[in-house]
Design a protein around this ligand. Sequence first.
Ligand code: MN
Length: 263
Amino acid sequence: MSQLNDLLRDLVVANRILSNEDIVDAYGHISVRHPDNPKHFFMSRSLAPELVNRHDLIEFDQQGEPVKDKRQPYLERFIHAAIFEARPDVTAVVHAHAEDTLPFGLIKTPLQPMIHSGSFIGGKVPVWDIRKKFGDTNLLVTNMAQGRDLAKCMGKGNVALMRGHGFASAARSIIEVVRLSVYLPRNARIQMAAMQVGKPIPLSKGEIAARAAGYRPHAPETWRAWEYWANRAGCGDMIGEPHAHAPEDESKRVPKHDRKPKR
Ligand code: MN
């Protein structure tokens, strides 16, 4: 199967997982960069993620517009287009409204990694306030200027909260952005619970770095999480054999024409 087919299959599975884990509901979305045309990306048409199938996926251009597809796209597709534009290192993006993250968009105390599985948040999470630059809006990201302002707030990080709205997260692969998006609200919940009884102790920079260094895209632990989430979401039969969920190491990378078909 080609890399593109693998990615699109994983994108469908990721939609189902994010829904089943209560990260998205009728709203929220996940996208993946086109492996052969880095300026483009794929995302579902306007549809609740739980219902997304392969034929619902649309290719988008760098301005966030569908490529030769007249079906209704998500209104907030510019979140994805702008993050892909600003961050060549990013392969997958999630936008969601998970409730447990929302309080940290409203208060001065930053959301930050508190639990080992929250380490991939990376550090204190910035909060993007659409009102600062765009005044009173309906809070939705409906054009590239707003998307770019959000991407700027995210900077080189993995996630930005959106005041009164939700969050955007970005990572090198679909599984990494799914994991980040699943553990972000859990970490927020723990931080909130700890703040009610005292002053929580966040992970140190060294601990966050040690966690990041230990992550391997081909490791059985990585597949274990994917398999678990997919089965819980009722699509365990869709995931195929264990396969990579992040770009291979640069050292192992071979020129495209030298690659053998995977199967
Ligand atoms: Mn939204």
